[in-house]
Design a binder for this molecule. Sequence first.
Ligand code: PLP
Length: 401
Amino acid sequence: MSVYLDHAATTPVRDAAVDAWARATAAGGNPSSLHGAGRAARRLLEESREALARSLGVGPSEVVMTAGGTEADNLGVKGLYAARRRADPRRTRVLASPVEHHAVLDCVEWLAAEQGADVVWLPVDDRGVVDVAATRDLLAADPDGVALLTCMWANNEVGSVQPVAALVEAAHAHGVPVHVDAVQGVGWLEGSVGALGADTVAVSGHKLGAPVGSGALLVRRGVALEAVVHGGGQERGVRSGTVDTAAAAALAVAVAEAVAEQPLQAPRVAALRDRLADGIAALDPTAVVRGADRHAPGARLPGNLHVTFTGCEGDSLLYLFDADGIAVSTGSACRAGVPEPSHVLSAMAVTDVEARGALRFSLGRTSTEADVDRVLAVLPAILRRARAAAARVSGAAVTVP
Ligand code: PLP
């Protein structure tokens, strides 16, 4: 029996999304073509856009289809920066949370290296949560010089939910636009992304049951955004390229299901996550859960449990779990295999030594009590083996709790 606890990396595609994708692919047609086949594809695309907008609490004209979350983040961050600088070249400052996914982080660093941006990293606490009061001060210090602020809705590694609505309010008080990476939050957090009031919002399909490569950038009406990908002028000129109607149809169906299920799935999955956390604490009292308080309402993604196991290498744990048929992650799957401490944990002032034993369990809609119990059943033996391996490497004595 295999157990999948890496839903934050990608979650199984939903049957309804597969059906929608297959029907649209079989129908074919380029939504920009003027003949009947093209008009049929255009109709499906616009119906999908409307459904997506309804589910996310925005208007249909605010939805720009993309090929996933990374592309949406690139368009939001780079597109806002370019538009703001074009309007006023003094706006070079980018305020960014240091716990962003690399899809945002690397855009910000590219803007600094290639486009003259001056990056100010927002202070975060030991849960990885951005300090709103300090952000207000940073905005007030030089409001005319700020191009944009970027902060994710919920962190993919440690699950902490950010005070996005307060950050948006603070930035908008100075006319500064905000990009929000909502990739991990949609379908799990209460309230619509539209209600956050952000200027651009990135959504990814494969985190909520649509196929990999589906996604959208929500662009608030009236917000100036420059194109990143140039070509045929599709998606109101900000995202050229033949629109993937099938991906849009599947995304609309998956988001509708995820949002409709949220009131039931979020507490169910949080309860499973808590069962896992309590079980781990009982088996290994030295294990440290990092990120926002799982008992505080709305503070943490329901399915996220980030644990550091002392005296272990996260990679060893991952492979030992894998050998037992259990899929977990050491953090952001997009960086897996790169042997460097997580930038998220570093920003939270976790030392490199402590960060080594980091493991992320991420539960989702297909997770069950049996999955949790299987993890707990194999955990003691896995910890013994991982600690013995780490001790062999370092030459240290093995302490088994
Ligand atoms: N942003 C966050 C917070 C993520 O967790 C991910 C994926 O891990 C992405 C962006 C990238 O999304 P995609 O895989 O659709 O490109």
